[in-house]
Design a protein around this ligand. Sequence first.
Ligand code: ZN
Length: 292
Amino acid sequence: MPELPEVESLVEFLRERAVGRAVQRVEVVAFQALKTVDPPVTALGGLTVTGVSRHGKFIDLDIDGLHLVIHLARAGWLRWRDDLSGAKPVRPGKGPLAVRVRLAPDDDGAEPGFELTEAGTQKRLAVYVAADPASVPGIARLGPDPLGGDFTPERLGGLVGGSRTQIKGLLRDQSVIAGIGNAYSDEVLHAAKMSPFKVGATLTDAQIAGLYEAIVTTLREAVERSRGLAAKDLKGEKKSGLRVHGRTGEKCGVCGDVIREVSFADSSLQYCPTCQTGGKPLADRRLSRLLK
Ligand SMILES: [Zn+2]
C-alpha cells in the first residue's frame, strides 16, 4: 500500500509531467471507484492541470479549479503512459484498470496520460471530482502532515499524550497523523526503539521527542529514496528500504536479533524484540484470548 513517501513521489512525478497539459478525457472503467457524481468527470475535459499536491495519502490534481482526488487504498497504483493513442476502450469488470486519464496530444501526436489500476478482488481505490478537496470525507478528517511545518514534538505530544490507544494504532490513524500506514508505523517504532503496544498516555516527554525524531527522519529518508524514481520503480524501492516491516524471520540490521510478527487489529505488525521490547516477544493477544 502506498503511504506518504510513495504518494509524495507520485505527486512530484505527476507534477513534472501533467501540469500545463489539458485533460482530454477521463475514462472510468471501474464504476465503483468514482465516489462523486457532481461535478461529473466530463466537466474535466478541456481544462488544464494547474497543480498536483498531496493530502495525507490522497493525490490531488488541481484542474483549473476543479479537483481530481485519488486514494490508491491497499492495492491501487498509478501508471504513467507516454502514449495512450493506441489504448483501446476497456470494458468494465475486466482486469485491474479502474480509471484512465487521457491528456491532450503532444505535437508529435503521442497522447500522454496515466492509468489507475487495482489488483485483487477487494476494490477500495477511490476517485473524487470536487470543487473543494476539503469536501472529500477522508481529507476533511486528516490530522496534521508529519512533514508539514506545523508538526512539532509539542503537537505530537498533544495528539498521543492523553490517549489510551496503543502507539501502533495511533500512528496509522489518519485522523491523528496523516500519511502513515502499516509499513511506516512499523519502521518508525523500530527507529524509535519503542514497543508498538505502548499506550499513548504513558509516553514520557523524552519518548515523545524520540518518536517525533523517528517519524520525521524515517519519512524524510523514504521520500529522498523514492524521489525521481519512475512510478513503476517505487514499489520495489519501498520494499528494499524497509528495516522491519515485511521482514519476519530476517535479522535486524541494528542488533542481529530475529524480526518477529504479531497480529494487530485487522493485520499484523513486525518488530525487533531486542530493539523495541526489552528482548521479550510480544504476546499475540487475539490468539491468547482464544485459548483462554
Ligand atoms: Zn534490533
